[in-house]
Design a binder for this molecule. Structure first.
Ligand code: KDO
Length: 342
């Protein structure tokens, strides 16, 4: 005879099952709530996985996991797999993307004075770049970016110093040696102008098509910093690098104002700090790489040449100063940039 208080085994099984069901339901509900309350941070970039400015996003994610656990859902898309190169600012404005790195060229389309940073031989070196963008000039211009593009710049990054990279070896001493050379440029008029200023025939092509273009000969040359020539493997399909150093290039880690304005102060500070850590990681590795890559490319059988830099500098600077772009540069901005760090 079972004891009065002992539940019958079938009953206790049912009770256990209901508890389990209840516990599972609670767990799922709490997960759903926490997924809902996490801020979605979709990141899109054309960068290839091995590039420092692709890897830096993992640094950002790991840092956020530590400083703001469970508060951000960071989704990283590389190789322009989510949005094509240059389409990111529009996607951010439409609410389809939260973060990316934008170039001065993308910004110049909406903030014309920013074209000063698309001009060759303006920024001198990575240290100058950081002083300009982390000082009052950066502060003033990023305010305009936020007003005009609804994007908050969290940190500038050093993308590298752009060099010429040619499919076939040839003598390149002055811009006139590039006459007729089909130099691939990203597809906007600001980029094409830079290619022209270098003396070449600029040909627009998306970053993801450059390797094939070089391989098949639809283009004769491309320009990118040495770390990218390595990570995107352009050295496999080119024979020469000419160290023109024509653009000390920056990119800007930007977040949509829609997301930024939805964050509380501690989350804003966690995100800004994570972006700055990602930027430092990229900058340190890029600068270190640039110091050693000439040897690497020589070992790969490429010829690495230095042109008449004065001739390039004079010709490119004259092209910009005589252009419509320069007419839109605020009075005194070039002089302030030149004086920074001196
Ligand atoms: C490129 O297409 O050459 C370029 O270097 C332009 C940059 O502004 C940036 O978009 C970069 O590509 C990508 O991030 C890929 O490295």
């Amino acid at each position: 005879m079972p004891h009065f208080n002992s539940p019958n085994p079938a009953q206790s099984f049912v009770t256990r099952r209901s508890w389990l069901t209840l516990a599972t339901a609670l767990l799922l509900a709490s997960r759903a709530v926490s997924a809902q309350s996490r801020h979605l941070l979709r990141i899109s970039t054309p960068a290839v996985p091995d590039d420092w400015h692709a890897r830096m996003w993992t640094v950002l994610r790991e840092q956020l996991d530590k400083s703001a656990p469970g508060q951000f859902d960071v989704q990283i898309s590389l190789n322009a797999s989510l949005f094509k190169q240059g389409a990111e600012p529009v996607a951010m404005a439409r609410g389809n993307l939260e973060m990316t790195t934008i170039s001065a060229f993308d910004i110049a389309k909406l903030v014309p004075e920013f074209s000063i940073f698309t001009a060759g031989y303006v920024i001198r070196d990575p240290a100058h770049l950081m002083q300009v963008f982390n000082g009052p000039i950066g502060e003033e211009l990023f305010k305009r970016v936020s007003e005009k593009m609804e994007i908050t710049v969290l940190a500038p990054i050093y993308y590298g110093t752009r060099q010429l990279n040619l499919r076939d070896a040839r003598k390149v001493s002055t811009p006139s040696d590039l006459k007729g050379v089909k130099l691939r440029m990203p597809g906007s008029k600001e980029w094409l102008f830079l290619g022209e200023a270098l003396g070449a025939t600029p040909t627009p092509l998306a970053f993801g098509e450059v390797y094939m273009g070089l391989r098949t000969g639809t283009i004769d040359a491309q320009d990118n910093p040495l770390p990218t020539v390595k990570s995107a493997k352009f050295f496999e399909v080119t024979k020469q690098i000419t160290l023109t150093g024509h653009l000390v290039d920056a990119l800007f880690i930007g977040v949509s104002n829609k997301l930024w304005n939805s964050l509380g102060a501690p989350q804003k500070s966690a995100l800004r700090q994570a972006a700055q850590m990602a930027a430092s990681y990229n900058n340190e590795n890029r600068i270190a790489d640039e110091k050693q890559l000439v040897d690497y490319f020589k070992n790969q059988g490429l010829s690495v040449t230095t042109p008449d830099l004065d001739a390039f500098r004079k010709s490119v600077q004259a092209a910009y100063l005589g252009s419509d772009y320069a007419k839109l540069w605020p009075k005194g901005l070039l002089e302030r940039i030149n004086a920074t760090g001196r």
